[in-house]
Design a protein around this ligand. Structure first.
Ligand SMILES: [Fe+2]
Length: 195
């Protein structure tokens, strides 16, 4: 079912774009921890998209061509071309709230798409592809839970920017470590080559 996998492949291109744009938005807000979180997610999802393409080739002999990402239009409507020193404190908080809301919305949309495709693969009797896509469903589900927990935590502290700023170094360290681990845990080439 390469067309179903193509839909996921296309969505991943936009997913990576979403995380890259979010990373820039959080750098703009001087919230380096969240920028590192999105840098990690962009890299992790780019590697997952590569795995998906390898799966389609090795199991079906089909290439899922790379599609350009959709315009996710996250930053422009929020900052309207302004330099960050032109953003007042209250608006900075609002942009942070919008960025997290967009993140939760994006992952919810991804979860629905992947779940729907997993179901179709199962209905079609393509068990191997179902197992592959179901891992993506679990991964997005976990990511969405983490985002919602972070949002609930931010609500609890009433989006206190002093507190949020103070936490950024710890968050950045955590996701930088995850980023380094991501590459360190990649399988050796001989294993990779025999997927
Ligand atoms: Fe994601």
């Amino acid at each position: 079912m390469p067309d179903l996998l193509q839909q996921i492949s296309d969505h991943f291109a936009t997913a990576v774009q979403f995380h890259l744009e979010s990373a820039s938005l959080f750098d703009y807000l001087s919230l380096g921890g969240y920028a590192m979180l999105h840098t990690f997610q962009a890299t992790e999802e780019q590697l997952t998209a590569r795995n998906l393409k390898r799966y389609a080739i090795t199991h079906m002999g089909k290439v899922t061509p790379d599609a350009p990402p959709e315009d996710i239009n996250l930053i422009s409507p929020l900052i309207k071309g302004r330099a960050r020193h032109e953003i007042k404190a209250q608006e900075r908080t609002q942009i942070l709230q919008r960025a997290f809301k967009s993140y939760a919305d994006w992952e919810t949309q991804s979860l629905e798409l992947y779940s729907d495709i997993a179901k179709q693969l199962s209905d079609n009797g393509d068990q191997a592809s179902y197992i592959f896509v179901n891992k993506l469903v679990e991964s997005v589900n976990e990511e969405l839970h983490i985002v919602k927990d972070m949002m609930a935590d931010l609500e609890n502290i009433s989006f206190d920017m002093v507190e949020i700023s103070a936490r950024q170094d710890t968050i950045a360290e955590k996701f930088l470590h995850k980023l380094k681990t991501l590459y360190a845990d990649m399988p050796d080439y001989h294993h990779w080559n025999s997927l």
